[in-house]
Ligand binder design. Structure first.
Ligand SMILES: CC(C)(COP(=O)(O)OP(=O)(O)OC[C@H]1O[C@@H](n2cnc3c(N)ncnc32)[C@H](O)[C@@H]1OP(=O)(O)O)[C@@H](O)C(=O)NCCC(=O)NCCS
Length: 208
C-alpha cells in the first residue's frame, strides 16, 4: 500500500497533504472566511488556531498514528481544498469519516464528489476499511449534493452531533459499505449507476 501516490480522474486529484501545502491552504482559509465558517469544526473549549502550519503537522501526526488520512484536493495541479479521512476505527468496525472543503473559486466543478469517490475507493481497497461515513448539516445544500451525486445512503439524524461554527449542530449521517460498491464509487458514479434516491432524507427528519 502506497498512499503517497496521487489518485486522479481527469483534472481532479487527491494526494497526501505536505507540510509545504500549509501556505496555500492558509491563504484559502483566510480569503474564504464567510464561505467556510458556517461549516467549520470548532471546539467547545474555545477558539481554535487557524495556523495551518500547526494544522498540517497535527494531521500528519494523526496519519502516522493510523488515525486518519489527510489529503489535499487538486484541480489542474492547483490546491483547491482539503479532504480529510478521520476517526479511522480498525477491528470489527473498520470504519472512517470523511470531511471536506474547497475554496469558493473552485466550487461547482465536481472536485469534491470526484475526490470523495477516489478517497472512498482507496479506503475500501488499500486501507481495507468496510464503511465510510459523511456527516452534513441539514442547511448545507451544496454538501448534500455531494452525497446525492455519489449515492451515499442516508442513515439518520444525529442531534447536536458536532461542534460547528461555535455550537453543537444537528447532522445528517450518510454512509457506504464496501459491498454496496463492488466496482467502486467512482466507476458507479461516472457510469451513471449511482442510486438517485439513496441520500433522500425522510420527511420526519427534514428541517423546514
Ligand atoms: C460542499 C462543498 C465541499 C462542495 O464542493 P464542490 O467541489 O463545489 O462540489 P460540486 O461541484 O459537486 O457542487 C456541489 C453543489 O454546490 C453548489 N454550487 C456550485 N457552485 C457553487 C458556487 N459557486 N457557490 C455556491 N454553491 C455552489 C451547487 O448546488 C452544486 O450542485 P450541482 O453540481 O448539482 O449544481 C463546497 O461547497 C464547500 O467547500 N463548501 C464550504 C465548506 C463545506 O460546506 N464543507 C462541507 C461540510 S459537510
Amino acid at each position: 500500500m502506497d498512499l503517497s501516490v496521487p489518485r486522479e480522474h481527469g483534472p481532479i486529484g487527491i494526494r497526501l497533504i505536505r507540510q509545504r501545502d500549509a501556505r496555500v491552504l492558509q491563504d484559502h482559509l483566510m480569503s474564504n472566511r464567510a464561505w467556510l465558517a458556517p461549516w467549520e469544526a470548532t471546539s467547545p473549549d474555545g477558539p481554535v488556531s487557524l495556523d495551518m502550519r500547526v494544522g498540517v503537522r497535527r494531521l500528519l501526526q494523526q496519519y502516522r498514528d493510523g488515525g486518519g488520512v489527510p489529503f489535499v484536493m487538486e484541480y489542474e495541479g492547483n490546491v483547491a481544498g482539503q479532504l480529510n479521512v478521520w476517526g479511522i476505527a480498525r477491528g470489527s468496525l473498520a470504519s472512517a469519516t470523511i470531511g471536506y472543503w474547497v475554496a469558493k473559486e473552485f466550487a461547482g466543478r465536481d472536485i469534491t464528489p470526484t475526490s470523495v469517490a477516489l478517497a472512498t475507493d482507496l479506503c475500501f481497497t488499500e486501507l481495507r476499511l468496510h464503511r465510510m461515513e459523511i456527516c452534513i448539516r441539514p442547511e448545507n445544500a451544496a454538501s448534500l449534493r455531494v452525497v446525492q451525486k455519489l449515492g451515499f445512503r442516508y442513515e439518520g439524524l444525529r442531534r447536536r452531533y458536532i461542534h460547528i461554527d461555535g455550537d453543537w449542530r444537528d447532522h445528517y449521517a450518510f454512509a457506504l459499505v464496501r459491498e454496496e460498491v463492488p466496482h467502486g464509487v467512482l466507476a458507479r458514479w461516472v457510469s451513471g449507476q449511482a442510486p438517485r434516491h439513496a441520500a433522500d432524507v425522510p420527511e420526519a427528519d427534514r428541517r423546514g
